[in-house]
Design a protein. Sequence first.
Length: 534
Amino acid sequence: MAISFDFKGLMTALPSNTETELKLRVRPEDLQRLRGAPVLTARASGRAATQALESVYFDTEDFGLYRRLVTLRVRKKGQNFIQTIKTAGDASRLLARDEWEWPVAGAAPDLSVVVEPEALAQLDGIAADQLRPVFASHIKRTVRMLDDGAVELAIDTGEIRAGDVAVAVCEVELELKKGEPAHLFELAAALTAVAPLRFETQSKAERGYALAQGRLDSFAKAGRVTLEPDCTAEDALARILRSCLAQLLGNETCAVKGADPEGIHQMRVAIRRMRSALSVFRSLLPLEQYAGLVEEIRWLAAALGPARDWDVFHDELLAPARLAFAEVPDSAEDLKALAIAAKTQRERGYAEARAAILSPRYTALVLTLARWLETRGWRGQPVTAESARLFNPVTALADRLLARRHKRARKAGAELASLSAEQRHRLRIALKKLRYAVEFFRTLYDEKSVRRYLERLTELQDALGHLNDVATAARLLSTLHQGSALHAAGEPRGAGIVIGWHGRGLVELEPRLIADWHAFLGVKPFWSKPGRTA
């Protein structure tokens, strides 16, 4: 029988030098409406205060601080200068960052004031003469206290500048002064009802580094999730989901701009990783929470799907066919007509994806997931033998899960040569789930063994992925002209050329696919070896 228990009593207090802050992007045209919103005026304590903040961020020539996720700035606040060191904080926390501050005499860093052992460890031997200014922020900040001092609200406008390039800043910061992080999300939800605000996970420092390195609007791949053998299943879940959410949000700008197909692709990868992570921990989670999150994540995946499908068709299937038939005039013209139609469909797909990413529903999903992650929402359930495993070391879960998914993949691929297209599709999905699980837990095991296993798995996935791309192309082309008599005469012939040309390629691919499958079967599962990191 389930026993009711307060999981929240197990929450660990954050260190005194940790700040908990939630950021929301706001459009400049919505600022006035936001400032006068009753939800703020009714909860305000005292008058708002406005000040100018001039901050310069320093690093070594080779970005030594940035590579260890540390920032160092000197901020001019009135006539005073404040030196600050910040770190990314706990890898399982979304809003918390470690921070140390000291008054200094001027605009240059003064490392002699850094005496706290934890802060000194962040510098790791870096001397003041190695530091140089990398970028600066020029911010006008309006601050007011809310809810009897529980939350400090700051509205920041201005810019971050690196050399001759700059990016505008227009955002709301909610910093928790006392109470629980859930308070910030409740306030954020109230503010998003006033104006279309958007969740922001990038600090000004992160945006400044991206600007200085020329990658502000570029795509972002998933970072490696680091787990230790004594990490609990709960902390593993939090770290994995934080990584997934960071990848999703880190590709928003690139996806909305639509200039680089990797933006949409990496958002889709983040979604698949997120769904896989939830699936991994499904038995430990409250069913209604799991179902609600999966439903909304599935909606987002569907909204981004057409843009990605047409990107793959245009760049990976149509483009090589056009190159192959470039010297065949009639075929080249037919493929050109098809390319025009495909471009139109891709533009529609991107319009749908853009609308979804910029929608209130997307913001609600992100805030819901972030709140669930930051407040450990899964603790709102009765304690059972299953849910209590959240506080056990994750290693046992990892071993069991990897063994189960490996077994399912082997079973799905049995008699591969005789499998139908649908059966091969199911094998591809099983392998994808297996790969994500391996990547989630890889730091628990011997790296060399994991890498060997992933190499075989990736080769097999690539071959099956091409089969799926061709099948998707056939589906896209079959719907391209349904109900329409307005398409160019060459489009259907171009579609036939693409499918026929790649169909021939699939026949040639078959021996490689079979060989990759047997190579995968031959690699020994790394979790069955005594190679676990101690």
